[in-house]
Design a protein around this ligand. Structure first.
Ligand code: SF4
Length: 694
C-alpha cells in the first residue's frame, strides 16, 4: 500500500487557520488531523474540520459541469461537458461586455481563505474584463475600519501570548465555537489564575465557562467601552507615561467620556452599574499592578449600526492602561494586515480597461438584495446582467434574503456558480461548475488570528471533473481571448508570488521552503506597540483621529445607537419588541458544513432560544414551533426556552441552508441591508422581531 502524509491548511473562514496533516493511502485520503508541531494548532482540529473527509467524499459533491433545465430556484440541472460550459459562459459574457462589461458582477467571499483559490486568478479575470468591482464587506469591514482609525492597521496581540495574560476580556465572540485555539490559550491562562470575562448579549458556551458574563444589549458595546474609559480616568487607573508618549487626543477623550457615568452606561447597555464598575475595576486595577490585561474582541460587536465605532472604542482601552507594554497585553481583532500580501501583483488591477465613458463601478456585496433588482440608471450604471459566484452562498448568507432570492430569480440574469455542493445559490444558477476542495488543490494562506503563513499541497486528485477556481478562471480567460502572460501563471507560481519576501515581517518568505515545512511564522516583535510605533498617521494610538474628521465622522470615540432597538426605535418596537441576533451554530461555519449529516444531526433543526418570561407572555412552551417575523419576512423554528438569551432577546443560531429548513427560510429573512457607521457592512445583529406560536 502506498501511504503518504501531506501538509495542508484549513481553508475556512476562521481565525485559527490550522496546519493539517492528511494521510493518503493509494490515492485516497484516510485521515485528517492537526499538525502537532504547529504551535497554534497544537495537533487539534475543531469538530467541523475533523469531519472534512466526510465532506470531501460526500455523495452529493458536484462532480460535473451542469446547465439549468428547470425554473430558477428549482435546482434542476443536467450534466454537460466542460467545453460546453465554458463556451456558453464566454459567449454570454462577450455579448454583455460588448455593451458594457460593468453589467457583469463577481460575487465571492471567504468560502476559502486561500490566496490562490480566492482572489488571485479570479480577480485578474474580472479586472481584465472590466467587470463591476465587488466591495467585500459582508463580515469584517466595519470593525476593520474602526481598528485602523485607532491603531493604524488590522494588527494586534500575538494569540500565542494570551496564556500569560492575567485578565482576558472575550468581547463579542464565542471562541469555543469559532476561535478554538485562542480558547485553549485562555483556558491555560485561567489555570494559572487569570480571570476571564465574556461580554456578549447571549450566554454562549464560552460565556458559561468564564468567571464573569456581562450580557450587554446588542449594539451597545461602544457605550460599555465609553463607560469603562470614564471609570479608568476617574479612578486614575491609567498609565500616564504611555498616554503622554504614545497616544493622541487624551484631553479631548476625557471631555468626551465625562458624561458616560456608570449609571448612564448601565442604562444604555441594559446591565447593572455594579457590572460596569466590576469590569472597569478588574481591567484598571489588574493593569495598575503591572499585570498583563488582554482583550480578544471579535466580529459580533461590529454587526450593528455603530459597529465600527464599537471596535474603535474597545481598541482605545489598552493604550489608556499601558497594556501594550507587555507581550500578553493589548487587543486582537485581526492580525490580517501583519501579512505582507502582494495583492496588486496577485490581482492585477492595472489590467482594468480604461474607458472614460464607463468609469469603474463598485457594488457592495451586502446590498446585493437591492442591487440585483435595480434597473439601469445614470446613478447606478447598467443593471446587473450576469453574476459569477465563487466561494460564497449569497442566497443564504446575504441580508434581507427574500430580496436576494428575488434578484437571483430574474429570468434575464445569467448566473454562474462555482461550488462543491448544490447550495441554495446553486439552485438559481444557469451554469454550475464543480470546484475542488482543499484536499484537491494547491494554496497558501495568511490568516486573521495568528502570525503563520500556512501551505496547502494537494493530497488527492480532483474528484470527478472538479477543477480548482484558479484553473476555471484560467480557462475562461483563454475562452475570452485574454492572452496576457499573467493568465498562464500556474498555482505554484501564484503561491510563490503571494507575499513580499523583503518585507520586515516575512524576510524568510520562500514558497518551496514553506511547502516543505508546512508553515512559517512572521518575523514580528514581541509586544509590537510597547514603544508606540502604531501605523497611524501620527504614529500613536489615536483617541482623536484627524482622518475620521476628514472622512466626515466623529473624530472621537462615541456611541451610535442601533437602527432597531426598543430604545432607539420605540415605534418599531411596539410591533417588534424583541431583539434578534444570529451568531454561528457551533458545528457550522457560515453555511459550510450544514449539509454534512453528522454535524447537522448534532445541531438537530433550526431553533430559537428565548427567555422563559418572553415565552410565557406569548403563550409559548418549550419545543413549540414558533414564527419569528418582522416587516421584511419570517421563518419558523422550534423554540428552546433558556435564560442564556436575556429577556427581550431571541437567538437564532445560524446559518442554516434554507432548503434544509422545514419552511425553506433562515434568519436572513429578518435581517436588513442598512449599513454600519463605517466599512459599509451589514448590521446583522441589529434587528427587531416579534415571535408567535406557529
Ligand atoms: S475551522 Fe478553524 S479551528 Fe476548525 S480546523 Fe479550521 S482553522 Fe482550525
Amino acid at each position: 500500500m502506498n501511504t503518504r502524509v501531506v501538509r495542508a491548511a484549513c481553508p475556512h473562514d476562521c481565525p485559527d487557520t490550522c496546519a493539517m496533516l492528511v494521510t493518503v493511502k493509494d490515492g485516497v485520503a484516510t485521515e485528517i488531523r492537526g499538525d502537532p508541531d504547529h504551535p497554534n494548532t497544537a495537533g487539534v482540529l475543531c469538530t467541523k474540520v475533523s469531519r472534512y473527509l466526510e465532506r470531501t467524499y460526500h455523495p452529493e459533491r458536484l462532480l460535473y459541469p451542469m446547465k439549468r433545465t428547470g425554473k430558477k430556484g428549482e435546482g434542476k440541472f443536467e450534466r454537460i461537458s466542460w467545453s460546453e460550459a465554458l463556451d456558453t459562459i464566454a459567449s454570454r459574457l462577450k455579448t454583455i461586455a460588448a455593451r458594457d462589461s460593468r453589467a457583469i458582477l463577481p460575487y465571492s467571499y471567504a468560502g476559502t481563505m486561500g490566496v490562490v483559490q480566492g482572489e488571485s486568478m479570479a480577480m485578474r479575470f474580472f479586472n481584465r474584463l472590466g467587470a463591476t468591482r465587488l466591495d467585500r464587506t459582508i463580515c469584517s469591514s466595519a470593525g476593520g475600519v474602526g481598528l485602523k482609525y485607532t491603531l493604524g492597521a488590522k494588527m494586534g496581540m500575538d494569540t500565542e501570548r494570551y496564556d500569560e495574560s492575567r485578565l482576558i476580556l472575550i468581547w463579542g465572540g464565542n471562541p469555543i465555537g469559532s476561535n478554538l485555539h485562542f480558547w485553549m490559550r485562555a483556558q491555560a491562562a485561567r489555570r494559572k489564575g487569570a480571570v476571564l470575562v465574556a461580554i456578549d448579549p447571549y450566554r454562549s458556551l464560552t460565556a458559561e465557562k468564564c468567571q464573569h458574563h456581562i450580557p450587554v444589549l446588542p449594539g451597545t458595546d461602544a457605550a460599555l467601552a465609553l463607560g469603562m474609559m470614564h471609570l479608568l480616568i476617574r479612578n486614575d487607573w491609567l498609565d500616564h507615561d504611555y498616554i503622554r508618549d504614545h497616544t493622541l487626543g487624551f484631553e479631548q477623550l476625557c471631555e468626551r467620556v465625562a458624561e458616560w457615568t456608570p449609571e448612564k452606561t448601565a442604562q444604555t447597555c441594559g446591565i447593572s452599574t455594579e457590572q460596569v464598575e466590576l469590569l472597569a475595576r478588574l481591567y484598571g486595577e489588574t493593569a495598575k499592578r503591572g499585570e498583563p490585561v488582554a482583550i480578544r474582541v471579535n466580529y459580533g460587536v461590529q454587526r450593528a449600526h455603530g459597529g465600527g465605532m464599537a471596535v474603535r472604542n474597545i481598541a482605545c482601552l489598552p493604550a489608556l492602561v499601558g497594556a501594550w507594554r507587555h507581550p500578553a497585553g493589548g487587543v486582537l481583532l485581526s492580525s490580517g494586515e501583519t501579512f505582507p500580501k502582494k495583492d496588486r501583483e496577485l490581482q492585477r488591477p492595472d489590467l482594468m480597461p480604461v474607458d472614460q465613458t464607463k468609469p469603474p463601478r463598485t457594488i457592495n456585496m451586502s446590498t446585493i438584495g437591492d442591487d440585483l433588482l435595480r434597473p439601469s440608471s445614470e446613478a447606478f450604471g447598467p443593471a446587473v446582467e450576469a453574476v459569477i459566484v465563487y466561494n460564497s452562498n449569497p442566497v443564504a448568507v446575504a441580508p434581507e434574503s427574500a430580496k436576494v432570492a428575488r434578484g437571483f430569480a430574474r429570468e434575464d440574469l445569467f448566473t454562474v456558480v462555482l461550488e462543491h455542493f448544490q447550495t441554495d445559490t446553486v439552485d438559481y444558477a444557469d451554469i454550475v461548475l464543480p470546484a475542488t476542495t482543499q484536499l484537491e488543490h494547491t494554496d497558501i494562506h495568511a490568516t486573521y488570528g495568528h502570525l503563520y503563513i500556512v501551505a496547502n499541497e494537494p493530497a488527492i486528485a480532483p474528484l470527478g471533473e472538479a477543477k480548482p477556481n484558479s484553473e476555471i478562471f484560467r480557462l475562461l480567460a483563454a475562452r475570452m481571448g485574454f492572452d496576457d502572460p499573467c493568465f498562464r501563471d500556474t498555482d505554484e507560481e501564484l503561491a510563490a508570488q503571494a507575499f513580499d519576501a523583503t518585507h520586515v515581517h516575512a524576510i524568510h518568505f520562500d514558497w518551496p521552503r514553506i511547502k516543505e515545512k508546512g508553515w512559517m511564522k512572521l518575523n514580528v516583535a514581541d509586544a509590537p506597540f510597547a514603544h508606540g510605533g502604531f501605523p497611524t498617521p501620527s504614529g500613536k494610538c489615536e483617541f482623536y483621529s484627524e482622518q475620521m474628521a476628514r472622512d466626515g465622522l466623529d473624530p472621537l470615540p462615541a456611541y451610535i445607537p442601533p437602527y432597531e432597538s426598543p430604545a432607539s426605535a420605540p415605534e418599531l418596537a411596539k410591533k417588534y419588541p424583541l431583539a434578534m441576533i444570529s451568531p454561528p451554530q457551533r458545528n457550522f461555519l457560515n453555511t459550510t458544513f450544514v449539509n454534512v449529516k453528522s454535524l447537522r444531526d448534532t445541531e438537530g433543526e433550526p431553533h430559537l432560544e428565548m427567555h422563559p418570561a418572553d415565552a410565557e407572555a406569548r403563550g409559548i412552551a418549550e419545543g413549540d414551533n414558533v414564527r419569528i417575523f418582522n416587516d421584511r419576512g419570517g421563518m419558523v423554528a422550534k423554540v428552546h426556552l433558556t435564560d442564556n438569551a436575556r429577556a427581550g432577546l431571541v437567538v437564532a443560531l445560524s446559518i442554516w441552508w434554507k432548503k434544509l429548513a422545514s419552511d425553506g427560510k433562515n434568519a436572513n429573512e429578518l435581517t436588513h441591508q442598512r449599513l454600519t457607521d463605517m466599512g459599509r457592512a451589514p448590521a446583522f445583529y441589529d434587528v427587531l422581531v416579534q415571535v408567535e406560536k406557529a
